[in-house]
Design a protein around this ligand. Structure first.
Ligand code: ARG
Length: 726
């Protein structure tokens, strides 16, 4: 195989914010610029670029995987043991748990391969190869109407991606995806191999793995043991296979060794993983839309949903288990969006962006770059056209689709236009969906949410987006011209009836219906009717505007990013926004001061875990055996000698975001020293604006992970599999 050469024109290292903490950047590992690499070396990296990412030989990148739908994991043994975060394994752990065998609550440690638990639906993906396909994509786009660029793009990218797969790759469950970089200035093909037999090997109890809960989420100081352990299985040829007891642990191409030598201030830290998304080139127009409309309304609606769910979760272990994963997902970004808004305002990101934009336009004028001179007024117009629709979009997605029933009903809407044959053909998928809904739904909280959210939509959304027929069914008293004066009671009665009568909550009746699926049953189903009424408005009045907005924003961003790169040629190097492709970030372990007079140390210890302990608390309880071992100070070889304690977590200056969760934190030799699991509250503006002073990545120290495996899980079998250094 030949080494793949990629045009370097858009990928440069970044040196503009060269303050002491200038560790911004989510770098494509196959395109680490020379300046960036020199920075990494200066901070402590001992590896060559080739050892991080090699097209031909095995390298670090072969041990960094996509875990599940949106996380990172790493391979740490030659039997393909995976380390990832507890919050990444959360859904899987909840799924294989029951009230009788509650692994989420009590933890789980397989002592041999045959005790490991297969998790249905859980997959991992290894990055096989990459290729620049910009020219191919542009050749296709040439024949496309510019106003339809974004609409046409998915099909174009997919066709090119599929055409690039080799026969061998097709046979071995490989998937190809072409991804836009710099908003359409570059297109790169990524080929992944997906493994479908993944098993749970170990997890601490939730009280440790999610210690501090939502109170501590997105915060430092932090005392969470946010890790869980899985394993990839393959057929006897090492290829992906559906679950089978015959499958064997995969023999991985690369295994990351584990260092228990520990960290201190200024230790080098490098992460590799799959950050999901950033908008670092966002304009002031986008910031304003986010802070004024998108974030506050999303947070407000999630507030309601979460409160009602939490009330029921507190009452019963079964409900808690049912809602755990869904709740955690909604809560995670509820707190994120709230914090993001606060930080965007605090750091005056809107004003900062405006200044940058002015500078850009001045540069364009001075240099007679006519194509850029009107760019900002074009952005302005693009946002102005879209703004009147944004609140209704948020209320549709976070309000109307913010109940479990409605969300599933929405997924069934396509059946209204499907043929009987098609429905029968896909019977299994629909049965699985209904099963999922009925297993996961908590009726009391879902109904409560449905009534409140319906009422709120009526009260707060412009009449042109309100499905009149729905509301006249609820009560004659709902005025269609003004504020909704009818009582919540009317909504509750309506919702009670709806939940009573929908076939979606009657799995047996639904099964029977599937034998001979008469469309009229769905057409007359109250849940389908309700969601469809809102969807009709969404798809006819809001979605077309949204598509127009996305298209103009994409094209304007393409221009803007191209222009910025041009403007900074020779001065500053750029990385593309995160888009769930593999990235490297580097930094060092570092304390910070969050506000006047306050100083945050760079490490948290076991002592601090015990300090936060609140017996019986929902978020800060601890298992008895944990307290015993901790109080005995039985630290073993995992002790931090200078502190005479276990370091549980630490912070680094690395640049990461959601999707990076579970990423390996590596020292200068490429040895595992921790797992990245969160960002700090003071830098929650990070998707749009990286704050060089405040930004920190929160990592669980690998010594705490091993200490728990050994002392709490008593799983020496796992420890023995690792390549431990130190
Ligand atoms: N904030 C973390 C992330 O997005 C997830 C932490 C999960 N814990 C929780 N308490 N919800 O990666």
């Amino acid at each position: 195989m030949k080494k793949i050469a990629i045009a370097l024109s858009f990928v440069l290292s970044l040196n503009v914010f060269s303050t002491l903490w200038a560790d911004e950047g989510m770098w494509l590992p196959f395109l680490i610029g020379e300046k960036t690499y020199q920075e990494m070396v200066k901070k402590g990296l001992k590896l060559t670029k080739e050892q991080i990412y090699s097209a031909n030989k095995s390298s670090l990148k072969d041990a960094v995987i996509i875990f599940g739908g949106g996380c990172t994991g790493e391979i740490v043994s030659d039997k393909a043991l995976i380390f990832t975060n507890h919050h990444c394994g959360y859904d899987a752990i909840a799924k294989v748990s029951t009230v009788e065998h509650n692994y989420l609550k009590n933890g789980f440690w397989a002592k041999s391969l045959n005790e490991e638990i297969h998790v249905p639906g859980l997959t991992v993906q290894f990055l096989e190869r990459i290729k620049d396909v910009t020219d191919k994509v542009n050749a296709e786009l040439k024949n496309t109407d510019a106003t339809k660029t974004l609409e046409s793009l998915p099909k174009i990218l997919n066709t090119i991606a599929q055409s690039e797969l080799t026969e061998e790759e097709k046979k071995t469950n490989c998937e190809a995806r072409v991804v836009s970089m710099f908003s359409g200035n570059q297109y790169i093909l990524f080929v992944y191999k997906r493994y479908k037999d993944v098993r749970l090997v170990g997890t601490p109890s939730e009280s440790l793995g999610k210690f501090g809960g939502d109170t501590d989420n997105w915060e430092w100081p932090r005392h969470t043991a946010d890790f869980s352990i899985f394993r990839v299985y393959a057929d006897k040829n090492g290829q992906p296979a559906d679950y089978s007891p015959e499958n064997v642990p995969l023999k991985p191409k690369y295994v990351i060794p584990v260092s228990i030598k520990g960290i201190k201030e200024n230790s080098y830290a490098m992460t590799m993983g799959f950050p999901g998304g950033t908008n670092r080139f966002e304009t002031s127009y986008g910031v304003k839309l986010k802070t004024n409309i998108e974030n506050p309304y999303t947070v407000g609606l999630r507030d309601i949903r979460l409160k009602n769910m939490f009330e029921e979760m507190k009452k019963s272990e079964a409900v808690k288990l049912k809602l755990a994963s869904y709740y955690a997902r909604v809560a995670n970004y509820w707190k994120f969006f709230d914090g993001e808004n606060k930080q965007l305002l605090k750091y005056k990101v809107y004003e900062q962006k405006q200044k940058e934009e002015q500078k850009f336009i001045e540069w364009a004028k001075q240099n007679n770059k006519t194509e850029y001179i009107n760019l900002m007024s074009e952005f302005d117009q693009c946002y102005k056209n879209w703004t009147p629709y944004v609140k209704a979009k948020v209320y549709f997605q976070e309000g109307i689709l913010g109940t479990q029933l409605n969300f599933y009903a929405y997924r069934f809407l396509s059946l209204l236009n499907a043929s009987k044959d098609d429905i029968v053909k896909n019977k299994k998928n629909y049965q699985a969906l209904i099963k999922e809904l009925n297993e996961q739904i908590d009726l009391p909280s879902d109904k409560k949410n449905a009534s409140i959210l319906l009422k709120k939509y009526r009260e707060e959304i412009d009449g042109q987006f309100v499905p009149t027929a729905v509301y006249s069914n609820i009560s004659k008293d709902i005025s269609m011209t003004g504020t909704d004066q009818s009582s919540l009671n009317a909504y509750q009665t309506f919702v009670d009836n709806l939940y009573q009568n929908t076939i979606l909550l009657k799995p047996d009746a639904f099964d029977k219906w599937l034998e001979n699926p008469e469309k009229s049953v769905l057409e007359n189903d109250p849940a389908i009717q309700l969601v469809n009424a809102f969807y009709q408005i969404y798809s006819s009045k809001i979605a077309p505007e949204f598509n127009k907005f996305q298209n103009c924003n994409f094209l304007l961003q393409q221009k803007y990013q191209k222009g910025l790169i041009e403007m900074n040629k020779g001065k500053k190097e750029f990385y593309p926004d995160a888009n769930f492709t593999m990235r490297v970030s580097y930094g060092v372990v570092k304390p910070y001061s969050p506000k006047d007079a306050v100083f945050y140390k760079e490490v948290c210890t076991l002592k601090g875990v015990l300090e936060k302990y609140k017996p019986g608390d929902y978020e800060f309880d601890l298992p008895k055996e944990f307290i015993e071992v901790a109080e005995k100070k039985d630290f073993g070889r995992y002790v931090d000698k200078s502190l005479n304690d276990i370091v549980v977590t630490y912070i680094t200056t690395n640049d990461i975001t959601g999707g990076n969760s579970g990423s390996p934190v590596l020292n200068g030799n490429g040895e595992l020293i921790g797992l990245a699991f969160d960002g700090n509250y003071e830098a929650l503006s990070h998707k749009i604006h990286f704050d060089a002073q405040y930004n920190r990545t929160i990592c669980v120290d690998i010594r705490y992970v091993l200490w728990i495996i050994e002392k709490i899980g008593k799983a020496d079998n796992i420890i023995k599999e690792l390549k431990i250094i130190g």
